[in-house]
Write a protein that binds this ligand. Structure first.
Ligand SMILES: [Fe+2]
Length: 236
């Protein structure tokens, strides 16, 4: 492009920009851009939900864990304990199986309350997974990219169930680990000296409480499951 042509293109672009800002107030343009960003985020969430299909491979679709740099921890946010790290890893693994389990509920459940609980699982663990990956990167903590073999086996079991059988299995198999991890989150929130972990534990507490609520509301959690949780968390 020669010099005269380049000058003409620059002039034309500047004219368009001036014309837009002269016709519309800057605040209106910013509001329109924000609305567009919100609409795109909503469309993305809808697409995630819409992809629920029994024939699809069951995975979380969450990004991989961030790489860990050798040579120690980043401690500007405060001292981080082994329990703090354990919480990050446990929540990461919960995300990796509960999001697919919630998605399966949309196609395999017969109970509307179970489907609703599944939506809460998908949304809650999507948010927690963004947070846990960011916290792990900030604090240089390695987190897993796979759920445990037991968790993966449970997802396969859910995948092979349907109707009332799925509903009962889902409500109990998902409720038990939420009850067991709840006191651990409270302990981390109460004792951590790290500000990133503090914010993360606060959100995890909200999410795990919400999941217990929606699972209890299915009316399908059995006395045996509550006993199992009590045996695990109440000092004997
Ligand atoms: Fe959950």
């Amino acid at each position: 492009m020669n010099t005269r042509r380049a000058a003409h293109v620059r002039h034309t672009m500047n004219s368009h920009a001036r014309s837009l800002t002269s016709r519309y107030p800057r605040s209106l343009i910013i509001a329109a851009l924000l609305a567009l960003v919100t609409a795109l985020a909503a469309a993305s969430l809808w697409a995630t939900r819409g992809s629920a299909n029994a024939a699809e491979p069951i995975g979380s679709n969450f990004p991989s864990a961030p790489p860990v740099a050798p040579g120690g921890e980043v401690t500007t946010a405060g001292e981080i304990s082994e329990l703090d790290k354990t919480l990050l890893r446990k929540v990461r693994q919960a995300n990796l199986w509960e999001a697919p389990a919630g998605r399966l509920a949309q196609t395999h459940a017969s109970s509307e309350a179970v489907k609703r609980a599944g939506v809460h699982l998908m949304e809650g663990h999507s948010k927690l997974d963004s947070m846990v990956r960011e916290a792990a990167q900030t604090l240089n903590v390695d987190i897993p990219d796979e759920a445990t073999p037991e968790q993966l086996a449970l997802v396969r079991k859910l995948q092979n169930s349907s109707g009332a059988e799925f509903d009962k299995l889902f409500a109990n198999a998902v409720r038990a680990p939420h009850g067991k991890v709840f006191p651990v989150i409270a302990q981390v929130r109460a004792t951590t000296k790290n500000s990133v972990i503090r914010a993360f534990a606060s959100q995890a507490n909200i999410t795990v409480l919400d999941h217990q609520n929606v699972l209890d509301e299915t009316g399908l959690v059995t006395q045996e499951t509550y006993d199992e949780i009590a045996a695990a968390v109440v000092p004997q």
